[in-house]
Structure formats: C-alpha cells, structure tokens
Design a protein around this ligand. Structure first.
Ligand SMILES: CSCC[C@H](NC(C)=O)C(=O)O
Ligand SMILES: [Zn+2]
Ligand SMILES: [Zn+2]
Length: 420
C-alpha cells in the first residue's frame, strides 16, 4: 500500500487538524510548534517528528551524530538506477530566537489568521521548505511514480549558528561521500513580487574582531593614544569610508545586495567605569563579501587599516569562509537546464542572484557539488529572522506543487558519460 496522497499514511491519522484545513498545512503548523529555537533547540522533538514521517513514507532514515547532541538525519528514496549521482534536498531544523514582545501572536503557536497567513518563527526560514519536500515526495509516491536517481532528504542542525556542528562537519564525513550527491537544493528567500528568486552563489561571511589596546588613565584627563578615541575610531572610519558599496548598489540597475560588500559594526566591548579610560576596546564586524572579490587582497587591506590605526591593533576571525565556488546557471548545464525548464513549464519567472547572507549551500559548493538556493515563496515579504515572520497557506501549498514537478525533472537528468 502506498502512503496517502496528502495526509499521513500508516500510523498517522490527522493530528489536531482544524476542520477543513489542508493536511499539508496542518503538518506544517505542527512542525512550526516544535521549539527548535536557539540557544537550546529541542532537536529531539524534531528527530521524533522526522522519524514519524520516515515511517509514514516507509523510507529508511540514517542518523549521524556529527558532534555530541548534533544529529544529521537522512531519509533516502532509492532510485531505479542507484549508481547514478543522487539529488539532495537539504533543510535545517533550527530557527533563530524571537523578541516575543514584538510579535502579534505567540511565535511558536503557528497562528493562522483569516487571510490564511501563518505566523511563526521558521515559516519562511525554513520549515516551509522541509514540509514542502516531504509532501511533494508523499504525493509522488501516492501517484506510483519512481525516481531514476536516488533522492536524499537531509535535515541538519545548527545552520543558524554557522553550521560548524552541522553541515560544515558533515561534508567531511565518510557518510556524506557515500550519498554520492550530484546536485543539491537548499533554502533561498521569499520574493515580494511575482517572480521566484534562485541563488547560485553566496557572499562570503567574515566575522572579525579588532583588538585596540590603548593608554589607560583617569577619565578627567587628556590622555594620548586611548583605545577608543585614537585607535578604534581610526580603524572604524578607515574601514567604513572606503566602503563605497552602498552607492554602487544604488546606482546600478543590475546589482542586488549579493553583488556588493557590506560591513557592519555589530559589537563593541570594553570599559569598566565612566571615569576609567579602558586599556583595551574590542570591536566586531560582520562583513559579507561577493564571490567576485579577491579575498587575499581584501584581507591585506584589513591588515593595512589595522596598522594605520595603531601598531598594536590586531584582528582575529570568528568566521572566515574562503571558498568562492558558484553553481552554473548556463543553459548548457544539465542540472540548471532541468531546473529552469521545469520552472518555465510552470510559468514561473526566475530571478538569479547571489545570496546576500550565508546558508549551508556554501559548504556543499565548497566540496564541488552544484547547489541552488530556492524557497518557492513569491508575493511574500522577506521576513526571515524578523518579527512576525509569516507565510500564506496558499503560497505554501503552491510550493508543494512546484517541488512535485521539480524533483522528477532533476532525478530524470540523463546519466553523464562518467556515470554510465
Ligand atoms: C555565517 S553563519 C550564519 C548564517 C546566517 N544565515 C542566514 C540565512 O541568516 C547568516 O548569514 O548570518
Ligand atoms: Zn535558514
Ligand atoms: Zn536563518
């Protein structure tokens, strides 16, 4: 017996689904209620939920504990030609914290308003995509369709805190090699217009802390060479004044945020009292650098700005991604051609961009696997990490139909000469 087309199959039964609601929406809302929120995500709840789905779909589920308490789980739908390269459908299970006082509803209640807008942390980033993959697979199974290439649904922890105990470590694991992945899909962003955005690369995240030592003393005196005044501000202005990037972004028609460098001062530390000049001030920056920028040259500039600010000014990295691989979106590329043709057949307009922030796709691309960032949400404001994150149920449901076409298109990419 095949799983039911929409609702849970064996052992399922619709759980607490409001009258008349699409079972896919109910499943989505159930997943949104799991508190996989940092700093202490309830990953066990997510694993129990995913175990149940694997049972319903009758798919084997592999679990690999990449770090203590950090499990990557993989459901595998074996293809009829399992030696061919597989398709990875990746999603992260964690979500970022909320400022509950700024939300209209409880951020973990998955409240649905009269317009069908579902409010919860993770509606856009990226619990929607997880459930859309699952429900598309469920429908394809119910139709009796069989994949040629193997499909892996992967669920990873800790994307929101840099992926060190998640995808970054897992791509180096022998179990990752065994998956024999040829092409990967992962998260993208909503698009407020009619089009859908697809991401073929990402800016490199660099998180830097600059240490500025200085002369201490009494807060009432003229003190030379203080940490804050002479060094920190020197460095900051050198850094920011050289950034003409906002102007470049605003004056070029074809640029999006992913094409320019951004620098933001995000943390300042130092000082013990109003009247004690601190012996050191530390300032941290979040830099995002497009794949076209020469990274060693960029770092040389940072070094120079430090030296100009003061001989003893130093810096250290908390995050330094160096790989600049991008995924081909040439029509001659078989993966892209299958992806874009399938979207065209669904009358979807695609806008190709560099992702302005960072996702786990950067680790996938870094090991040489093509990856596209795509969350099928159009006519939706970009609200990831924001207050009142929501997704409309109709947009969500449309996304399932999109994957129902997209997955068969990707698994049907003919064997490459080296796969035969
Ligand atoms: C650099 S690791 C943190 C990942 C996070 N991703 C997103 C999509 O917000 C970010 O870009 O800040
Ligand atoms: Zn995300
Ligand atoms: Zn996020």
């Amino acid at each position: 017996m095949l799983p039911d087309k929409d609702g849970p199959g064996i052992g399922g039964g619709q759980r607490s689904s409001p009258e008349g609601e699409d079972p896919s929406v109910s499943l989505f809302r159930e997943y949104l209620r799991l508190k996989t929120v940092h700093p202490e995500p309830d990953y066990d709840a997510a694993l129990r939920f995913l175990d149940r789905i694997a049972e319903e779909l009758r798919l084997p589920m592999k679990k690999i504990e990449v770090c203590p308490g950090r499990v990557v789980s993989i459901m595998t739908w074996e293809g009829t030609k399992p030696t061919l390269k597989s398709i990875l459908l990746n999603s992260h299970t964690d979500v970022v914290p909320v400022y509950q006082e700024h939300w209209k509803y409880d951020a973990f209640s998955a409240f649905k308003d009269a317009e069908g807008n579902i409010y919860a942390r993770g509606t856009q980033d990226m619990k929607c995509v997880t459930i859309q993959y699952i429900q598309a697979i469920r429908r394809l199974m119910a139709d009796g369709w069989k994949p040629i290439r193997t499909v892996h649904l992967m669920f990873v922890p800790d994307e929101e805190v840099g992926g060190h105990k998640g995808m970054e470590t897992f791509v180096k694991h022998p179990e990752f090699q065994k998956l024999n992945i040829g092409f990967s899909l992962d998260e993208g962003l909503a698009n407020p217009g009619d089009a859908f955005t697809v991401f073929y690369g990402e800016r490199n995240p660099w998180w830097i802390t600059v240490h500025c030592p200085g002369s201490p003393g009494h807060g009432s005196r003229f003190v030379e060479n203080t940490a804050a005044e002479k060094k920190l501000s020197n460095f900051y202005f050198r850094f920011i004044q050289r950034e003409k990037e906002k102007h470049r972004l605003n004056t070029s028609e074809c640029f999006t945020l992913g094409d320019v460098t951004t620098v933001n001062m995000t943390m300042v530390k130092g000082g013990v009292a109003y009247n004690v000049i601190p012996a050191e001030m530390d300032v941290s920056f979040d830099l995002r650098i497009p794949p076209t920028v020469n990274l060693p040259e960029f770092e040389a500039k940072i070094k120079e700005w430090c030296t100009e600010a003061g001989e003893d000014v130093t810096y250290e990295f908390a995050q330094k991604h160096m790989n600049q691989n991008i995924t081909s979106t040439e029509e001659s590329d078989p993966w892209w051609s299958a992806f874009s043709a399938s979207c065209k057949a669904m009358n979807m307009t695609l806008e190709k961009e560099i992702f302005p922030a960072a996702t786990d796709s950067r680790f996938i691309r870094a090991v040489g696997i093509p990856a596209i960032g795509f969350s099928p949400m159009n006519r939706t404001p970009i609200l990831l990490h924001d207050h009142n994150e929501f997704l409309n149920e109709q947009v969500f449901l449309k996304g399932i139909s999109v994957y129902e076409k997209l997955i068969p298109a990707l698994v049907s990419v003919p064997a490459f000469p080296d796969e035969a």
